[in-house]
Design a protein. Structure first.
Length: 325
C-alpha cells in the first residue's frame, strides 16, 4: 500500500508544472532566442532598450519592463516581403499575451521599409491579449486575421500611415479584426476597448480609406470606449474613419461574410472625418447591422448610408451591451 501511495504522489506532483520566467537580456540575448527556449505558458520579460521582435509559435506571455522598443529587423517579415513585423504570431501561439512594449514604425513607406510595417500580426491565432502597448507609425498596427477571442485594450497608436498604391498599396488600419475567407465560419468574440488611434492620411491617397478599428467577417465583435483621430487631409480623397464594419475591402471581387451582433459603444471619433461607418452589404442590404448594438458614439455616423452627427443616445428600451455584463 505504501508503494502504491508513493507512486501516486509522484505522478500527481509531476502533473503540476509552473510557468518559467525567461529574461532578456539577463538569460537570453534576444527575444527570439527566449521564445525558442520557452515552453508553452512561460513568461518572457524584456528589459529596457531597443530590440528586434520575434516569430512566436507557442503560447507565451511577452512582457516589456519600462517600455522596451521593438524596431524593424531583417526578421520577422511578412510573407517573404520586405515588410517588417514586431511580433509575428503563427500556429501554436493561441493564448499569447503582448504587454508593455513600444513598437517603432516611424517613417515606413514604399520607399523606406526599414521601420516596422506591422506591430503585431497573426493569422488563425485565438485568445490573444494585446494590452498597454504604444505603437508609433506602422502601416497596419495590430492585425488579427482569422482568430477569435482577442482582447486589444489600452493601447496607443500614434501617426498611423498607409502604403500608397505606387507600391505595396494597403494598410492604413490601426486595429484589424478580419476573417477574409467567406467560406468558413465568422471569427467570434474579438474586442477592441479603451484604445487611442491617430493617423495621418498620406498625400494623394485615393484608393482606400484609413481606419482606426476594422471589423470584417465577425460575430459578436466589440469596439467600445476608443478614442479615434484620423481627420481628412485636404489633398487626399481617402476618408478618415474611426470604426469600420463592412464585408467589402481591398478590391477583392468576393466579399467577406457580413459582421453580425457587433457592439459599437461609447467611442469618440470627433477627431476623425467619420466616427463610425457601417456599410451596406455586398447585396446592398443591411447585413452588417444584423443584431448590432450601436450607441453612445460621438462624431459623424454613417450607418447603412444614413449620416448623422453628434452623440448617439441610448433609447430607454435599448438592451444592455455585453461589455457591461
Amino acid at each position: 500500500m505504501r508503494t502504491a501511495l508513493s507512486v501516486l504522489c509522484v505522478v500527481a506532483a509531476g502533473g503540476v508544472a509552473s510557468a518559467a520566467t525567461l529574461r532578456v537580456p539577463e538569460d537570453f540575448a534576444t527575444i527570439q532566442a527566449a521564445v525558442q527556449a520557452a515552453s508553452a505558458g512561460d513568461r518572457i520579460r524584456v528589459g529596457p532598450g531597443t530590440w528586434c521582435g520575434a516569430s512566436v509559435d507557442k503560447r507565451v506571455r511577452l512582457e516589456g519592463q519600462a517600455l522596451p522598443t521593438i524596431v524593424g529587423c531583417a526578421a520577422p517579415t511578412l510573407d517573404g516581403l520586405p515588410l517588417r513585423v514586431g511580433f509575428l504570431l503563427g500556429a501554436g501561439a493561441s493564448g499569447t499575451q503582448v504587454r508593455g512594449f513600444v513598437f517603432d514604425g516611424r517613417g515606413v513607406s514604399n520607399t523606406n521599409t526599414t521601420p516596422l510595417a506591422f506591430a503585431v500580426f497573426a493569422r488563425g491565432v485565438d485568445d490573444v491579449v494585446v494590452s498597454g502597448n504604444v505603437v508609433v507609425g506602422t502601416a497596419q498596427a495590430l492585425t488579427n486575421s482569422g482568430g477569435s477571442g482577442w482582447l486589444v485594450d489600452w493601447n496607443a497608436i500614434f501617426g498611423l500611415t498607409a502604403f500608397t498604391c505606387e507600391g505595396f498599396c494597403g494598410g492604413g488600419d490601426g486595429i484589424v479584426f478580419q476573417e477574409r475567407d467567406p467560406t468558413v465560419a465568422r471569427a467570434v468574440g474579438n474586442a477592441a476597448e479603451h484604445n487611442f488611434v491617430s493617423g495621418v492620411i498620406p498625400k494623394g491617397l485615393k484608393e482606400f480609406d484609413m481606419t482606426g478599428v476594422v471589423i470584417f467577417g465577425q460575430k459578436g465583435a466589440t469596439a467600445s470606449f476608443n478614442l479615434l483621430a484620423i481627420p481628412r487631409r485636404g489633398n487626399a480623397k481617402a476618408d478618415g474613419v474611426g470604426i469600420l464594419v463592412s464585408d467589402r475591402c481591398c478590391g477583392e471581387a468576393t466579399p467577406f461574410a457580413t459582421s453580425i451582433d457587433s457592439v459599437i459603444f461609447g467611442n469618440d471619433g470627433r477627431r476623425s472625418e467619420i466616427a463610425v461607418r457601417v456599410t451596406r452589404d455586398a447585396e446592398d442590404g443591411t447585413g452588417n447591422t444584423e443584431g448590432a448594438f450601436i450607441a453612445a458614439n460621438r462624431g459623424v455616423l454613417d450607418i447603412n448610408g444614413t449620416v448623422t452627427v453628434g452623440l448617439q443616445r441610448l433609447a430607454p428600451a435599448a438592451p444592455r451591451p455585453r461589455i457591461f455584463e
